[in-house]
Design a protein around this ligand. Sequence first.
Ligand code: ACO
Length: 330
Amino acid sequence: MTRAYISGTGFYVPEKVVTNDDLATLMDTSDEWIRERTGIQSRRFVEDGVGTTDLAVPAAEQALKAAALTVKDIDLIIFATSTPDYMAPGSGCLLQDRMGFPEIGALDVRVQCSGFVYGLSIADQYIRTGTFRHVLLVGAEVQSTGMDLSDAGRDVSVIFGDGAGAVVVSATEEDRGVLSTHLHSEGKYARELWSEVPASGRNPRISSKDVEEGRHWLKMNGREVFIHAVTRFPECIMEAIAANNLQVEDVDLIIPHQANLRITMEVARRLKVPLELVYSNIDRYGNTTAASIPIAIAESVNEGRIQKGNHVVLVAFGSGFAWASAMIKW
Ligand code: ACO
């Protein structure tokens, strides 16, 4: 039986570190407020002119190197992002060109915070069916240019950061790899975490009036997101565990989308697991949306937190609302 396993990982974050104190010079906030509510101490922001694909390139190069593969070995690019370089074309095509891949398929996945896990489920299907042997799966975001860094946007803009993570998903005949994936959405909550413009139903899609009124910034109903996230994360983790006839005790590491440390702590409490079982790096990078899980995977591998044979659960929740999980035997 062919399964899909993660054969290489990589990540890249921009060099510019933005601390909570730095943000406090731009808006009415404080290091104490941000740490207490989110667990974030600093995040990375790109310099002007750096786009999502620019961050994806070094992450993807590392992942290929770690898998001991070259661009010629890859059969498909899947690019998960909520902040594509352009509305058209997708960032996957830009990455194909930048890295000199052959004329393979390049698929953008727009499921925001859950994009990486959705992308993994797609890679898994292609590999299980024998269609492809190696898929490059990237999660990359430039969130900083979509943030209102004034007092009006402080509830959202202190949370997000920029970065990229990448994995190579490869075929194996060994007893390991992605055991299951579960995908969910509930679009009635679409406007609880969204950017209103540019919008295809407006002509022009974005006007100077929209910009004056701040409709292009990401907006979030924080309380609503919190309530749903702390329910859906544990539910989806338990779905992954039950589907594989495992127990919570069999899980060696949970890698959640890095939404907010308070959400992660509440998930650990509801699952009755120690906080150490749930990987967290939000203190250093903030919330990097589709990039947060692959960055966390790459760091966990580099730190030796994941060993061959471990059961690792990936779980995401975010804008849509959409949520998803994957159980991996490493
Ligand atoms: N600095 C200082 N004060 C702030 C800031 C800020 N950055 N942002 C908001 N405030 C103020 C508010 O204006 C409010 O002031 P008021 O009482 O005078 O009206 C006060 O702080 C408290 O605001 P609340 O909304 O009551 O704060 P709460 O304790 O609910 O925390 C938070 C807000 C952190 C957003 C919370 O709702 C939360 O954790 N939500 C989860 C959202 C989240 O983490 N999303 C992650 C991104 S989405 C994803 O990835 C799934």
